[in-house]
Design a protein around this ligand. Structure first.
Ligand SMILES: [Zn+2]
Length: 247
């Protein structure tokens, strides 16, 4: 048996075919690398695993804010109906590689979605922090701790918060999620929606019963206490969310 490199960059072991060969080859690559956090797979193959795209330069889509963050300049059209809330999407400069994922998550969470806040609010993304009521910011744990301490919160390098201006999302949590969530994508939707909910003036709620869907405003990052993970303010059907919006 010998090792060859296929045109796609994936190593395959000759003598084996199909999925078995590919899986064995991937195990071989990871084993030889010595550490799963430093895989030798190509950037494209890695992005297929992590869902993250390479994003080395901020480019024209962002600009620096006076307080040192990068704000997305591109706007989304306003969605939903109800009280208008303007928000920005921002990252700390050292985290620009997470910007595509952040844009995806905020777009899904705060876009035209009847399970989301757009069912009860008119949401408009803006490129100017001074015009925003909520600044959604992905930041390093130390930065989140600093911002949250301004509001009296102790986040310990692991939690996120709303400090009255920033929905400050902890980058460690962004990467690692929290147990009980179906996927990292689901956790990220929860995190955006939860902190944004604080920005809309909402406080915390408790798990109502074992086996129940967790209220969005429950502190699900700390544990589910028997509830089922939920990322949405209106997790029920489209028609129910519309009724709430209209009512
Ligand atoms: Zn909270």
């Amino acid at each position: 048996m010998r090792t060859v490199r296929s045109p796609t960059g994936l190593t395959r072991l000759t003598g084996l075919t199909g999925l078995t060969g590919t899986v064995l080859a991937l195990v071989t690559v990871l084993t030889l690398s010595g550490c799963q956090s430093r895989p030798t797979t190509s950037a494209a193959a890695l992005s297929a695993v992590t869902g993250e795209r390479e994003y080395r330069r901020p480019g024209p889509a962002v600009r620096r804010t006076p307080d040192g963050f990068l704000v997305v300049r591109s706007h989304r059209r306003a969605v939903g109906s109800g009280p208008v809330t303007r928000y920005t999407v921002e990252v700390e400069p050292s985290l620009t590689r997470h910007l595509p994922g952040l844009q995806t998550s905020t777009g899904l969470a705060l876009g035209a979605n009847n399970r989301g806040w757009a069912a009860s609010h008119r949401l408009r993304q803006v490129g100017e922090p001074a015009h925003a009521q909520v600044r959604v910011l992905l930041a390093r744990p130390a930065t989140v701790d600093r911002l949250c301490a301004q509001a009296g919160y102790v986040t310990g390098g692991r939690l996120s918060c709303w400090n009255g201006r920033f929905a400050a999302l902890n980058a460690w949590r962004w990467r690692h999620g929290s147990p009980g969530f179906r996927s990292l994508a689901q956790y990220r939707l929860y995190l955006v929606n939860h902190e944004f909910g604080h920005g809309l003036g909402l406080g915390h709620e408790a798990c109502p019963a074992v086996g129940a869907s967790a209220p969005l405003m429950m502190q699900q990052s700390k544990g589910l206490l028997g509830c089922r993970a939920n990322a949405w303010p209106y997790p029920a059907s489209r028609s129910t969310a519309s009724a709430r919006s209209a009512g």
